[in-house]
Design a protein around this ligand. Structure first.
Ligand code: COA
Length: 177
């Protein structure tokens, strides 16, 4: 993992303790898998998180902790100059404090640093909190996948974030003198 992903604090900041966002470690995944089971109708198994943490994996996995309690997590995959958000969740008692915003912004910064141009995700058409979150971060709905979710046959919106390259140093105009 890059230095940019070492411990730092970001997010809403309205709690008395700031969320700390860090790379997910093997020691986190029992808690992560438990939260996943509570939140999602078709949860990822523990092994799925373990696989993402394996050496050479093309994923970025983050956790947010508040006073050392697991508040949320995010998993994204990188393929060439694209990134795909696979999983984002925040524990009910920590919602609407900017934690998912902090996790996603960290992903966006890391993706920019890796030269990613496009970030995509699927979201249930009924999931208004998530859709609002992604819109606020600049994602646009580009298409719909019919009956994408096996558990209830719900459709998914496909959302896209077009990323601007990170700003390099400003240079003078090159060309003939
Ligand atoms: C969707 C989800 C990840 C959002 O997490 P979250 O941490 O509550 O999101 P944020 O706090 O960053 O943003 C949510 C809202 O809180 C508001 N908010 C942010 N900081 C705030 C603060 N300090 N005080 C009050 N509200 C705040 C944001 O403005 C935002 O509101 P808006 O969407 O109406 O503009 C969470 O609801 C969740 O885990 N849902 C179940 C799993 C899921 O659906 N995951 C997404 C799958 S695609």
């Amino acid at each position: 993992m890059s230095d940019a992903l070492t411990q730092s604090s970001e997010g809403g900041g309205h709690d008395t303790a700031e969320p700390v966002i860090q790379p997910m470690r093997l020691a986190d995944i029992d808690e992560v898998a438990l939260m996943e089971q509570v939140i999602f109708p078709s949860p990822w198994p523990r092994q799925a998180f373990a696989n993402e943490l394996k050496e050479g994996s093309a994923s970025l996995c983050l956790v947010a902790r508040v006073r050392d309690r697991l508040a949320g997590y995010l998993v994204a995959w990188f393929v060439l100059d694209e990134a795909h958000v696979g999983n984002v969740a925040v524990a009910p008692e920590f919602r609407e404090k900017g934690i998912a915003t902090g996790l996603t912004n960290r992903l966006i910064r890391e993706a920019q640093a890796r030269g990613v141009r496009l970030m995509t995700l699927e979201v249930r058409v009924s999931n208004l909190p998530a859709i609002r979150l992604y819109r606020r971060l600049g994602f646009k709905t580009i298409s719909m996948r019919r009956r994408y979710y096996a558990d209830n046959g719900e459709d998914a919106f496909v959302m896209l974030l077009e990323m601007s390259p990170p700003r390099g140093p400003v240079r003078g105009r090159a060309g003939p003198q």
